[in-house]
Design a protein around this ligand. Structure first.
Ligand code: HEC
Length: 188
């Protein structure tokens, strides 16, 4: 008989435990939901980052709209950012400061007026090493957004697909996209 009581105790203990597990799980779900909402805030930044990428600073002229390094014929080609291994911190520096001795321009309007970029000022750099100022300066908050965009839509993505192209140009059947392979046919 005691056995049975014992069993009941064990059973109800089991319930308590599974209840705790359920609460724990619920909390995890809640955390996921909260995460989901920050991801939504992220979408806003990504969208604004795309506008900067596309319109404001002509990143796409040199890096290609898809960041794959297919530059506009009249622009100096930039490397593919799809295979970039730079972390956020280094990207921030490259976008703000450009890369001395290369065509990558700086976008911090005060770059090289003090030592904020690689500890260098204009006086430290030979003229031909000095990065050009980008098309337009980009504010630090905007640099964060363009990085959000690169991280979300460019970096680590494999081949450029028809679907990606249509999404970028916001139009199904967009003319320049037709030659690209369909996502389903691409093995990355
Ligand atoms: C005038 C052409 C040009 C423009 C405009 C340009 N880039 Fe670049 N970018 C380059 C070149 C060239 C390099 C490579 C320099 C080197 O390593 O020789 C580069 C390098 C980079 C890198 C480093 C990649 C790596 O993995 O090393 C990042 C990130 C980058 N560009 C982002 C941007 C962003 C974002 C914009 C727009 C705000 C932009 N670039 C505008 C030409 C350009």
């Amino acid at each position: 008989m005691w056995d049975w009581v014992g069993h009941d105790v064990v059973k109800s203990l089991g319930k308590v435990v599974s209840c705790a597990v359920a609460i724990g799980f619920g909390l995890t779900l809640l955390a996921v939901t909260f995460d989901g909402s920050t991801a939504q805030a992220g979408e806003r930044e990504i969208k604004r980052g795309k506008v900067i990428w596309n319109n404001k600073s002509n990143c796409k002229n040199c890096h290609g709209w898809a960041g794959d390094g297919r530059a506009h014929p009249r622009s100096p080609p930039g490397p593919s950012l799809r295979i970039s291994e730079l972390d956020r911190e280094s990207m921030r520096e490259v976008i703000a400061c450009g890369m001395p001795g290369t065509a990558m321009p700086h976008h911090d309007r005060h770059a090289y007026t003090d030592d904020r970029c690689y500890g260098l000022t204009k006086d430290d750099l030979e003229k031909e090493m000095m990065p050009k100022m980008g098309n337009k300066p980009i504010r630090p908050t905007e640099i964060e957004m363009v990085i959000d965009y690169i991280e979300a839509r460019i970096k680590g993505r494999g081949k450029v697909t028809l679907e990606e192209c249509e999404e970028y140009f916001n139009r199904v059947g967009a003319k320049g996209c037709a030659k690209l392979p369909k996502l389903a046919d691409v093995t990355n």
